[in-house]
Design a protein around this ligand. Sequence first.
Ligand code: A2P
Length: 281
Amino acid sequence: MLNKTVRLANGYEIPSIGFGTWQTPDGCTAIRAVKEALDHGYMHIDCAAVYGNEKSIGKALKKSGIDRKKLFITSKLWNTERGYDKTLAAFEQTLSDLQLDYLDLYLIHWTANAKQFPNWKELNADTWRAFETLYKQGKIRSIGVSNFKKHHLEALIADSTIKPMINQIEFHPGFMQKETVDFCHENRIVVEAWSPLGTGKMLNNEILKTIAEKYHVSVAQLCIRWCLQNNVIPLPKSVTPNRIQENIDVYDFEISDEDMAAINEMKYCGGSGLDPDEIDF
Ligand code: A2P
């Protein structure tokens, strides 16, 4: 039996499936999608300032009337806002857009990298110090990073007092980022999967289709369940009501060890192509 929550290193529980909002259009689409997700039991919503839809998500959260304590809301600091003072200001803007008075989780959206910043380590450390301040003030329950590889994490941990509790990375069949995931799990850093369906690219894969048929589930459900069985928190995005419902209905089947191995061994078959060491945005 899989738990529906995962315990973070600081003791907080995070729901083991989150609702992705990247590429969800702002306005009534975002409001409707989040309402649909909340109605179907997602209590964990994954947001980011750069997605441009936090005000709409804030309206949907407010309108739902759901007790704040039952929700788990994540946001991310965008790349242009790195550094101590800018981070504090960007955090306040996000909090105001989401109409919240605290966040459950705040992430550095992308590591600063050597390609763009000779001082990338100091820049990450400076940003992280603002995260530690906000964490100590109780304005964020848990803090973490996104799109950090092992060497980025090692540098950050060496230059800080609080270890990230989460690392959110691209993770789907054919793209498991094993070195990063192993490092995170050895260091009690919970891994979250963005694009667990490879932004939809996995859905027509023949290997996945054959395995999904065996369990009478969709390929999307198979990918989501596969993340969970790899101890990774999937964040599937959808704006389509029946898909939103389907993507959280993954608790009454179990992928066998043999099928897990077959999916784990899949070769790269598409993804974002974004490498944190190479990005220039
Ligand atoms: P839509 O939002 O139009 O429903 P990822 O989470 O990997 O980024 O994938 C998101 C993409 O996959 C979106 O294009 C989304 O479309 C689509 N999608 C999400 N869930 C399903 C599903 N259950 N079946 C088919 N497509 C899905």
